[in-house]
Every structure is written in C-alpha cells, then in structure tokens.
Design a protein around this ligand. Sequence first.
Ligand SMILES: Nc1ncnc2c1ncn2[C@@H]1O[C@H](COP(=O)(O)OP(=O)(O)OP(=O)(O)O)[C@@H](O)[C@H]1O
Length: 463
Amino acid sequence: MPSIRAPASKQTATLLVAVKCRPLTEVEQRQSRNIIQFVDKKNVVVLDPDLSKDYLDRIQNRTKEKRYCFDHVLGPECTNADVYKSVCSTIAGVIQGLNATVFAYGSTGSGKTYTMVGTRKDPGLMVLSLNTIFELIKKDKCSDKIEVSCSYLEVYNEVIYDLLEKSSGHLELREDPEHGIVVAGLRSIKVQSTDRILELLNLGNSRRKTESTEANATSSRSHAMLEISVKRKQKNQHLNQILSGKLALVDLAGSERASETNSGGHKLRDGANINRSLLALANCINALGKHQKKGLAYVPYRNSKLTRILKDGLSGNSQTVMIATISPADDQYHHTVNTLKYADRAKEIKTHVHKNIGIIDTHVADYQKMIDNLQMEVFHLRKELSDKESQVSVKPVEKASDDEIPWLNALSHETSENVQERINLQKALFELEETNLRNRIELQRLDDAIIRDEVGLKFLRTR
Ligand SMILES: Nc1ncnc2c1ncn2[C@@H]1O[C@H](COP(=O)(O)OP(=O)(O)OP(=O)(O)O)[C@@H](O)[C@H]1O
C-alpha cells in the first residue's frame, strides 16, 4: 500500500453549482404551466405560480417570484453533453492525482438520474466523465503506469450495499487515518475501458432499489455513488511515486413529501430515511455555507451515512460540483425554490484541493541501497568539485603581454565555464542531499513502525 505524504500545496476551491431544468413531461404539458425563466447563462427566475397576482403585486414585491444566480443554468433544451461541458474542467485533474465529486440534488422526478446516468441517446455525466478519463489516459504521453478501478455503492434505509456484488451484505464505514472515510469490504474492480465500466454501471443500476411513486414512475429509493479511482505510478531515479485521484459521481434519492408520493408501509419508511439523510445533507450545506460567511460552525456530518461518505466532497480534498435539478412545472414551485435555496447556500462552500501523492512501499533494504548509491554519488560530486577548484587556481597571471592575450581569453572562458559547472554541481549536490534526507526520514519511519509492530507482537504473546 502506498503511504500518503503531507500535501505539497493546497488550493482552495469553491463548490461549482450548475442548475439543470428538465423539460415538462407529456402529462405536465397538459396539466401544468412552465414557471422557470432563463435570464441568461447564469441567472434564473422562478415565477409565482399564482396567476392571479397582477402588475401591482409584482412592483410592490408581494409576489413569490424569486431570482437566483449560479455558475451555470441550463434550460430544458440542453442535453446532458451541454451540462457536462459546463462542469468537465473538474474531471481532468483526476488522472493527475486530484479528487473530484459530482452530485445531483433535487426533488423526486426532477431529473437527477437522467442527468447522472442518462439514456443511450443522451448519456449522462457518469458515462461522459468516464469517456474523458479514458481519452486522457490514451493521450497521455508519459511512460507512467496508469490503473483505473471502480466501485459502486448504494445507501438504502441508512444501510450501505455493494451494487457490484450480487448479494451484498451490509457494509460499514470506517475512519482510516490515511484515506479518510472508507467503506470496509466494498469491491473495487480494475477496468481497462469505458465499455467495461458501462457494463458494471448497468449491472449496478439494475440492482438499485427503485419504486414507482406518484411523483416518478421509476423513482430511485437509494443514494448511489460510483467511484472511479485512477492510480498513476511514476518512476524516477530515486523514488517510486504514486498519484491517486478519485472521481465520485453521486445520484441522490429525491426529497419528497409522503402525501405527494402517495406512499404507505415500507415506501413511507424509505421516504422517511431518504428525507432524513437529505435533511442531514441540507444541514451540512447550511453549516458549511455559514462557516464561510461567519467563521467556524459545527458541521453535522455524523448524522447520516450519506453525509459521512460525502464529507470529503463537501469540505475536504475535492473539487466539487453540485448539479441542482429542477422541474419547470408550477405545481413543483416549493420543491424548486427549496432546491435552489440549498444550491444558493452551496455556492459559499469551499474545499481544499491537493494532489494525493504516495510512495510505493519499498523494502527497507531498497532504501538502504538507495542511500548508499546517493552517498557514493555525493562523494564523486564533491571530488569533481574540488578538482575543478584546484584547476582554476593553477596559473597565476603576472603581466599580460600581447602573445598572452589569447591565452588569457581562453583562461577567462574556461574560468566562467568552471564557475557555471560548479554552480550546477552544487545544485545537484543539494538535490541529492535533500533526497537522501527524505529517504532517511522514510527509513526512520519504517524502523519505528517495525519496532511498534514488534512491541505489539510481544505484548500479544505475553497475554
Ligand atoms: N433532461 C431531460 N430530458 C428529458 N427527460 C427528462 C430529463 N430529465 C428528466 N427527464 C424525465 O423526467 C422523469 C424523471 O427523471 P428522473 O428519474 O431522472 O428523476 P429523479 O430526480 O432521478 O427522480 P427520483 O428522485 O424519484 O429518482 C423521467 O421520466 C425522465 O426521463
């Protein structure tokens, strides 16, 4: 396993928020009115669904009309490829060791699954980002070894299931000191092409819990997360480095009111759990939004499995995109405004992005060998440096006669070359000493770990 080093540099990123409004469905076209107006590519207006309000109400601010501004707003005519274009800048970093999270948030039937998974004719963000990752890997010119693997999970009724396992049991979350929150026992499958991931994606989707509700014929009753992890093994003269980037694509279940979905029994319980985790997510978004405005605030990540899984995407090491999906129908006014209210708060959220750089486990003996080689190199460089220095001070100049001038010119040229070479050697020496020092620290760390293990073993044996 690679050990993750402290990041070299962190960059603060702001959560990117895009709003996608789906078209009216056939039924809605007959029964509902469109209340969404797109002012431009960033501004959207939700009209008051009450048509009886007149001009006077409007100018006296008595209407429920609301105006919002986001990074991108996309109307019903936009395809998933258009949505993808506006958020794809976050995806490319994944093959360079950065983390990215894309999640769709919105009420039941607003188009989350359509945006994330899509259809054959209009593939969703999961498929489009996978295409990008494999295209980038194909175009990559360096000789690094790149490995792609994927996992797919769902959170249903506050229990985590592996969608890539036929009869997955309940999985638990574990806090790992190096990798943060991990799902213990989740299957991660190595893949070599988009087609293979699509196969796994379809398989996972077929296992996902869906129900027909009054609000949506194929309503997702669980939150699903597809995670693509890209490991790039870099080899240089002295170090075996590994860059590991992750892309998490999340299709949340829809928030809903029991009365609207006309549910009872287990459907009612599903709904309550879905709402509970979405409420926890909304509370985290609220707290994080305040946190940016007024200083530190408590963020209740631990209130649901969903928020614990999304913790990194919401405030940790990740470039994050929120796609807020809305319906244009007037009877969805409250849901639409609610979704846009949270999306508006999410604009304030900041994350801290840095590359995940690890060192591939190297045996202690290999480190010793590396240190020996580096010490030999340092010795040779020192010797070369002192030889050059003695050469420069060989011939004292007394008086320059005419026939000595070419010789003096040559000497001056040689001196400046020697000085340059000395500088280069000095630089190389510094670099080698630095690498040497890093290796010693790693060696010390490994020694400490061995001692700790031995003490642990002794303790166990004496019990
Ligand atoms: N951009 C779109 N273009 C055409 N149809 C769409 C679009 N977005 C959504 N739809 C249609 O709207 C309906 C609901 O969409 P979808 O199932 O994606 O909603 P959802 O938000 O995932 O709902 P739930 O939370 O209940 O799972 C579907 O019939 C889907 O085909």
